[in-house]
Ligand binder design. Sequence first.
Ligand code: BGC
Length: 418
Amino acid sequence: MERELAIAMKFPAGFRWGAATAAHQVEGANTNSDFWLLEHLDGTVFMEPSGDACDHYHRYPDDIALLASLGFNAYRFSIEWARVEPAPGEFSIAQLDHYRRMLETCHRHGLAAVVTMHHFSSPRWLAARGGWEAAETAMLFARYCERVANHLGDLIDTACTINEINLPVVLRQSGFLHSDDAILRAQWRVAAARAVGVEAENFSSFPFCVRSLSREVLLDAHRGATQALRAGRGKFPIGMTLALRDMQAVPGGEDACARARGEAEDIYLEAARGDDFLGVQCYTRERFGEHGVLPADGSARFTQMGYEFCPEALEAAIRYAAAAACVPLIVTESGVATADDSQRIEFVERALAGVARCLRDGIDVRGYFHWSLLDNFEWLFGYAPRFGLIAVDRETQRRTVKPSAEWLGAFARANGTG
Ligand code: BGC
């Protein structure tokens, strides 16, 4: 595919330019979370444990200063429920104060603070009570959000409730997770349940949850959290984020594609309709044949994640989401796993050209957050995939700014190419 360098990319005044992270992937030592437990089981499915991650818990002042100095005007990070509520109903003021200092640091550097209330990891105690498959979780999540809003709301600029609320369905469709039954019987689930002293059916961790049970719980949790955040200190836009793909049907695959889209996207896009915004997250495209997702064709380029290098997927996802959800959009994640940073620049430039075309056509997109600020812990895949604008030495925690960070920072400072 040709690189589209020729178009002038103009972005509206006030457009948010940021990078994103998630607590468990960068903070380090998130020991009270369900993921920490899963990473340390005998026979774990994780390539390696998260360990110190990027030690962002301690190094956030320098990381945030660096982000601002590069030219960005926003930072998206998540608040870790497992830290804020270490035991059911027991809230840690010290941890809330930690996140308050992070928010203050953002503001001191002129960065808008976009917080995510749940980015995959949950308290271990929640997972042992049925996690996102248990109806009471919606209320528990709203209660945690209420505490956060009361303590931090005056410093929050935008809040995402649940990151990729549709991910359990997407992973199933992409062949990454198997049937509900297989999840219930999975060895890791049995081992994790044993470790916390409950039956396997009572242990559940996002996004590896049984779809039929978790969908309504997650949507209820989103609604309850929205109300709780609205009622707290401060006034800021609130929305969910979705994992979207450019879902394309090859001839004969139209029905399969529409079915998959209905289940993985349409239900959630409809649920987002009354929200203040929707967070769009898109990494690739998937083509559908009669029987579901097809392997990429022989000419495709692949990312380190094993899926197709396809920056134009973002534009398609934005167009689809805008038409279905009818709310303002923020690109809360877009990026690529590659060891070759020049490919990252190519990816971002092509993805942004798509955002610019959407804006030109009148679609209300309010920001672009690159995934990710740092090379970080990529869940099951460990530290091998490199999504960061900034490299992190795993031994010394030394940060090295990559050319893509300089490039995107300059682009952000200029609000486009002129
Ligand atoms: C998630 C991130 C993840 C990224 C890259 C998104 O699905 O929100 O946590 O690291 O994709 O795979």
